[in-house]
Ligand binder design. Structure first.
Ligand SMILES: Nc1ncnc2c1ncn2[C@@H]1O[C@H](COP(=O)(O)OP(=O)(O)O)[C@@H](O)[C@H]1O
Ligand SMILES: [Mg+2]
Length: 283
């Protein structure tokens, strides 16, 4: 008796060269890169975040709003294991931040690009070198004398071109304007090939015109690269103009969470109800 091998029919719907384009891959694409549930953070007896939920999906720019002291920076720090989490779950790029394996913290931090209010560049070093330091994340102690590969240099230049300051590559970082320095910092974050970008008040030190252009750059990165960007902002109109979703904190609790298109200044004003006088001119 002979056994014939059944002929395998070619897959009905998969065009050549696209064997990875299964429904599963598409579903995976739509999964959030960040999932926070019931987050509570306490410093000693002081609970500074309570019951915070947050999802960040690929490609979206989410503005984090709230008065000074409402917990914006603490929420961002929670995502990279820099805050004392007392309850809840935090998942970032596949890592369980409340239960990291040995050595996993460094990987997590290398996968999260960060942008800060004060840029945090090394002022005396060139723009190019500052961007290249992004490649050292997760690579152990920084050794600037070690040299960078040609591939890294090419990539750094491409990124500088993308953020519009390739012509400043060899200038010391300190010689650049604030807006330009923040662009360097964004290029440095991209050098990490981040899965998520966190920007904590990235435009608070810039004048309003530059602020808008830096936020648009971040938003373009979110859209084009599919990297979620969480950006804390103090100025409401900037959040309304440059985000897909808004999450609002008051006294460490989530008061608002919704699509930016569904929100306006009136809906968001309770976030600033008890903002101290001083930096606004309302009566
Ligand atoms: N390391 C810390 N130790 C103690 N309290 C802290 C620490 N970091 C932040 N806080 C407190 O947490 C609250 C939220 O701070 P923060 O997250 O910096 O707010 P925001 O960024 O919205 O201004 C504040 O009351 C602040 O004093
Ligand atoms: Mg802050």
């Amino acid at each position: 008796m002979t056994v014939s091998t059944p002929r395998l029919a070619p897959p009905a719907s998969a065009p050549e060269g696209s064997e990875e384009r299964t429904p599963t891959a598409e579903v995976r694409q739509a999964l959030p890169l960040v999932t926070v549930r019931g987050l509570q953070v306490a410093y000693d007896e002081n609970t500074v975040l309570d019951g915070v939920d947050l999802d960040l999906f690929p490609g979206e720019m989410v503005a984090l709003l709230g008065a000074s002291g409402s917990g914006k920076s603490t929420l961002m720090r929670s995502l990279t294991g820099f805050a004392p989490i007392s309850a809840g779950t935090v998942r970032v790029a596949g890592h369980d931040v409340t239960n990291l394996a040995r050595g996993e913290l460094r990987t997590l931090r290398s996968e999260v690009g960060q942008v800060f209010q004060q840029f945090n560049l090394i002022p005396r070093l060139s723009v190019m070198t500052n961007v290249l330091t992004g490649a050292l994340h997760g690579a152990g102690p920084i050794n600037l004398a070690g040299g960078f590969s040609t591939a890294h240099r090419r990539r750094a230049l491409e990124l500088l071109d993308r953020v519009g300051i390739a012509h400043k590559a060899s200038a010391p970082a300190r010689s650049l304007s604030g807006g330009q320095q923040q662009r360097v910092a964004i290029a440095r974050a991209l050098m990490q090939q981040p899965k998520v970008i966190l920007a904590d008040e990235p435009v608070a030190s810039l004048d309003p015109k530059l602020a808008g252009s830096v936020l648009e750059l971040l938003r373009e990165i979110a859209t084009q690269d599919g990297i979620p960007v969480l950006v804390s902002l103090h100025v409401l109109p900037l959040a309304l103009a440059h985000s897909d979703r808004i999450v609002g904190l008051r006294h460490g609790e989530m008061l608002v969470s919704g699509a930016t298109s569904q929100l306006d200044a009136a809906t968001l004003s309770p976030l600033y109800d008890d903002e101290e006088d001083g930096d606004d001119h309302d009566h």
